[in-house]
Design a protein around this ligand. Structure first.
Ligand SMILES: *Cc1c(COP(=O)(O)O)cnc(C)c1O
Length: 429
């Protein structure tokens, strides 16, 4: 069931008026080949393309849809709120409700400011960190993604040079010159950088669960070391929980690993499928934001009532339905079954899984902990796997480096269907 007649026709139209036919690059299927499906609607665990083909979906709009597509409670909240007006540009009840919820669920934060995307959350948190510390340098890690803000589009320099080089055209070197890039999973690289420049580091930003370049689960000891170094040198620790926040549990990765960030960034699940991002921290830090403080930050549609209502309905449902516990159980089941498939077919692959996030590391038996440790041939092999699964009616992310997401509406038989399809593919080789 690769792209059918209608999908192809629509995508031809798209290519005329949208660059590469898309509004976000991975959607174009360049990494896996073929034309993308054009989606008509989605309900529960199923997405349906414009040709009327159904797919069992493990993309979940790249993470937000933890309750599945078109969850009735979320849709009802959206409809009800939209009837009261779609935007006021003034304080409103839904943003206060969601802020209270976020502050009550996530450890160690007192205030939150809402924005409209994860990128915006990261951009603003970094500005706040620089403003609050009066320092300039930002440290990030190879294999972590923090959205497409200029100074985060950075690749590691060669050799001992940690100074970041732009990883996108259109980003001047001067813009990335204040970003330092380190490998993950490497305490000594951290120690070295902090002893050289520790007093100039405003903040270290990390995905505590790096899930944008495969799933590079970190050692808790490493994360604790990072926390301690930041404390010793007066640098802020920003946990980018745009994927992990409200997905791994009410307190995200911070709660999982017992690490308290100075600032946390959120997106995806927090908006329940609507465009929402947020950043949060202590009242003392957040007071540095305008209008009280000197760090400017604003947004016409920030705290949008309809989006806030969708986020709140999502978090309330997760709480009410014991969602995180159930997701952990579903994740455990999938992990066991996938491991059985790998053992049975003797294929070269490893299952990496935390909570409801999963990833297949191909061509290796050891889950990689750094971007450099990912097998170079894995992308080609993944492309074939992706296409075969799509033909079997299963939608995985169209890139070897993207993770899969389990939602509350995935049933055990649906997880088993994914495993059976993979079994067929692995056995074919
Ligand atoms: C998705 C993501 C972002 C960017 O969020 P957008 O809403 O796509 O701008 C930032 N950080 C992490 C960890 C992400 O997964």
């Amino acid at each position: 069931m690769s792209a059918g007649k209608e999908s192809k026709a629509w995508f031809k139209r798209a290519e005329k008026v949208l660059p590469s036919g898309v509004n976000s690059p991975v959607r174009a299927f360049r990494a896996v080949g073929g034309d993308p499906l054009v989606i008509a609607n989605a309900h529960g665990a199923t997405i349906t393309d414009v040709d009327g083909n159904d797919y069992l979906d493990f993309v979940g709009s790249w993470g937000p849809l933890i309750l599945g597509h078109a969850n009735p409670t979320v849709i009802e909240a959206i409809e009800k709120t939209a009837r009261l007006g779609t935007s006021y540009g003034a304080p409103c009840r839904p943003e206060i409700d969601l802020a209270e919820k976020v502050v009550s669920l996530y450890p160690g934060i007192e205030q939150v400011r809402f924005v409209s995307s994860g990128t915006e959350a990261v951009m603003s948190a970094i500005r706040l960190a620089r403003g609050a510390t009066g320092r300039k340098l930002i440290v990030k890690f190879e294999g972590c993604y923090h959205g497409h803000v200029d100074h985060m589009l950075v690749a590691a320099g060669s050799g001992l040079v940690t100074q970041g080089l732009p990883s996108s055209a259109g980003v001047p070197e001067e813009f990335t010159g204040l970003t330092r890039v380190l490998p993950l999973d490497d305490e000594s690289a951290l120690d070295e950088l902090f002893s050289a420049e520790g007093d100039q580091i405003a903040a270290v930003i990390i995905e505590p669960v790096p899930a944008n370049n495969g799933l590079l689960l970190q050692r808790p000891d490493y994360l604790r070391h990072l926390r301690a170094l930041c404390d010793r040198h007066g640098a802020l620790l920003i946990l980018d929980e745009v994927i992990s926040g409200f997905r791994l549990g009410p307190g995200g990765a911070a709660e999982r690993y017992g690490i308290k960030p100075d600032l946390a960034t959120f997106g995806k699940v927090i908006g329940g499928g609507m465009p929402v991002g947020a950043f949060a921290g202590s009242k003392e830090l957040m007071q540095e934001l305008a209008p009280q403080g000197g760090v400017y930050q604003a947004g016409t549609l920030s705290g949008n009532p309809v989006a806030m209502a969708a986020g709140l309905a999502t978090l309330n449902t997760l709480e009410r339905e014991d969602g995180w516990t159930r997701l952990e159980a579903l994740g455990t089941h999938l992990e066991h079954q996938l491991n059985a498939v790998i053992a049975d077919t003797k294929t070269e692959a490893a299952v990496v899984r935390i909570g409801s996030i999963f990833w297949l590391a191909l061509d290796t038996k050891d889950p990689p902990r750094t971007a450099a440790a990912i097998a170079p041939g894995a992308a080609d092999r993944y492309g074939r796997l992706f296409t075969a699964l799509l033909d079997a009616g299963i939608s995985l992310a169209p890139s070897a480096y993207e993770v899969g997401f389990i939602s509350l509406v995935h049933s055990i038989p649906e997880l088993d269907r994914l495993c059976a399809a993979l079994q067929t593919e692995f056995a074919r080789r």
